[in-house]
Design a protein around this ligand. Structure first.
Ligand code: ADP
Ligand code: ADP
Length: 226
């Protein structure tokens, strides 16, 4: 668990385009924030800035009490789940899930234990020797989740993780993500353009428009507003 605080965070791309204008946001311990808004409003840019995949042009990003603007992605104690899953195609499911732990020098026996535990939680234990191309879309999505979970990060980031799945699977995985996030009680920021997904998952919604926060509130506040 962690708090994530954005103070006047802004992004100007090298071509001079101002994609994010001074965003203030405070994500509470164990809270799930969903970023919504029209295509091009800056959702992905903002998420990638939190992840450390995109430089912050001005303002501050604070996780717990630590300013993390200049930390590398691997040093932020954050895990991100991508739309295209970003699995390593040449590695088995086990190795994909173990990757982040190996990089940190986690002992082999601990890796074995953590990966097995998370694989069981996600019903992947019988697939650990497979390669990503031998899995269904839903299974790949679970592996991407598993890879994030095994590291026990303070913060989860999700970039439209369900948009490549068919409608039925999307509903199922949406519920799984919600129940996992509750169970692990991890602070999360989730980007989607699907309104139902946003309403189901969000403790609070943040509506972006043209790189500005237009509205922040519970799903009822935002969608039932007169
Ligand atoms: P969203 O995720 O809400 O669709 P993005 O964060 O991807 O929006 O993009 C926000 C805006 O920034 C868009 O207008 C997009 O064209 C622009 N943008 C994204 N990446 C770059 C880049 N590398 N250079 C310049 N402009 C960019
Ligand atoms: P980390 O080990 O902290 O996750 P990396 O910098 O190794 O970070 O990679 C960032 C993300 O990019 C990873 O989550 C991974 O999914 C993806 N990625 C990196 N290299 C590859 C690759 N060769 N094939 C597929 N995905 C990759």
């Amino acid at each position: 668990m962690a708090t994530v605080t954005l103070e006047q965070m802004a992004k100007t791309y090298p071509n001079g385009f101002k994609a994010i204008h001074g965003v203030d946001l405070s994500v509470k311990d164990g809270e799930m924030i969903v970023l919504v808004g029209p295509s091009g409003c800056g959702k992905s840019t903002l998420l990638r800035m939190i992840a450390g995949l995109e430089a912050i042009s001005s303002g501050q990003l604070v996780i717990d009490d630590k300013k993390v603007n200049d930390l590398e992605p691997g040093e932020r104690d954050i895990a991100m789940v991508f739309q295209n899953y970003a699995l390593y195609p040449h590695m088995s499911v086990f190795d994909n899930m173990a990757y982040g732990l190996k990089n940190r020098g986690t002992p082999k026996a601990t890796i074995q234990q953590l990966v097995t535990e998370v694989a069981t939680m996600l019903e992947l234990e019988h697939l650990l020797d497979r390669r990503p191309n031998q899995l269904s879309g839903g299974q790949r999505q679970r592996v991407a989740m598993g890879r994030a979970i095994v590291r026990r990060p303070k913060v989860f980031l999700f970039d439209e993780p369900l948009s490549n799945l068919d409608a039925k699977l999307r509903v199922q995985m949406r519920l799984e993500i919600k129940s996992l996030q509750r169970k692990l009680n991890t602070t999360a920021v989730y980007v989607t353009h699907d309104q139902v997904e946003a309403m189901t998952l969000a403790d609070r919604l943040v509506v972006l428009n043209g790189g500005n926060v237009e509205q922040i509130g519970t799903p009822l506040d935002v969608y039932d507003a007169p």
